[in-house]
Design a protein around this ligand. Structure first.
Ligand code: FAD
Length: 299
């Protein structure tokens, strides 16, 4: 199934993101996590592509296993970073031959310790170029792209960032998934600005359940997302107590999701970090809370 069809349904779609672990033990653990999450009936799951294409083989293998052996709709992440067009074509060929129908086309980040993204001399420079390549080659993929409610770190301005999102969609992408955010006001404002700019494609909200303070500080620094003051104050007090941090993360994400659903989001994409507990608890909370209205996540 091509994922964009999900957004034509009246119900919002829930999706889960995983990264391909190193080693057989990590793979077995992840497959167990996915099996635990399967009863939650995700609309689709996705598998990331390691920096500079480092997990290329594992991404293709895992996405194929999830779709063809576990019976879940699965989307592959693909980045331009470090790859020529010929190398990207080879990955797309493999995905196609495995029956994968959905790809999220990304640029990738500059290598760690650097700030400028340098494309491969024979490779696409922007995600929009990768989308255009997939579409021009008449590949049978539904293509998603990334977007940034708090603005991409390298963007000259919110306006130009939105202009490049519009370019990715005009090149043939069907929907966008946001970078993680912890304050729904960023998402609502972003969707409003996008609509004003003529963007009407579904914008799926990306939610990361916090489970570890050091890790979330590293992630937010890397991607430019902010942590609301009140949430940060709670996390700091409990930073050494992993159960308390996970509970705070679950409560916050549950409030965020309930408010997003009440506002009519087309979908929520969970950055699961290959764990099942928080995502299970959040979905249970949301479904229990459905219809009773949600609190604002920004309070
Ligand atoms: P682009 O859309 O190319 O944008 C990058 C920057 O360039 C932005 O500042 C934009 O404003 C600007 N820009 C865009 N087009 C142009 C243009 N034509 N001319 C000038 N400037 C332009 N990374 C991974 O390595 N692997 C993954 O699996 C992965 N999955 C992700 C999934 C999601 C949902 C998200 C939100 C991010 C993911 N990332 C992943 C991170 C992503 O690679 C980085 O955020 C990267 O820095 C930008 O990727 P992009 O596709 O948004 O790039």
């Amino acid at each position: 199934m091509r994922i964009h069809e999900l957004f034509q349904a009246s119900e919002p779609a829930f999706s889960f993101e995983f990264f391909p672990p190193a080693g057989e033990r990590g793979r077995e653990d992840l497959l167990a996590t996915i099996a635990e999450l399967k009863p939650l009936r995700p609309g689709f799951v996705s598998v990331t592509y390691g920096a500079g294409g480092s997990t290329q083989d594992r991404t293709v293998e895992l996405v194929s296993h999830i779709k063809n052996r576990m019976g879940l709709e699965a989307m592959a992440h693909l980045t331009c970073a470090g790859s020529s067009r010929a190398e990207l074509r080879a990955v797309l060929d493999r995905l196609e031959s495995e029956g994968i129908e959905d790809v999220i086309a990304l640029r990738g980040d500059p290598p760690a310790g650097t700030t400028d993204f340098v494309p491969h001399p024979n490779g696409p420079a922007h995600a929009s170029d990768l989308v255009a390549m997939i579409v021009e080659e008449r590949r049978p993929f539904c293509v998603a792209v990334a977007c940034y409610p708090e603005v991409h770190k390298e963007a000259a301005s919110p306006r130009t960032d939105l202009k490049f999102l519009a370019l990715k969609l005009a090149a043939g992408a069907s929907f966008a998934i946001t970078q993680l955010f912890f304050d729904n006001r960023f998402y609502f404002d972003f969707v409003q600005r996008a609509t004003k700019a003529g963007i009407h494609a579904p914008i799926v909200a990306g939610i990361m359940p916090i489970t570890n303070v050091t890790q979330i500080v590293r992630f937010t620094k890397m991607c430019g997302a902010s942590i609301p003051e009140k949430l940060w104050a709670q996390l700091e007090v409990h930073r050494e107590d992993s159960d308390a941090v996970a509970r705070i993360g679950i409560e916050h994400a549950s409030r965020q999701c309930s408010e997003l659903l009440a506002a009519g989001v087309p979908g929520i994409h969970f950055y699961t970090l290959n764990r099942s507990r928080s995502t299970c608890d959040i979905l249970t909370n949301i479904r229990t809370n459905a219809g009773s209205g949600g609190e604002s996540s920004s309070t």
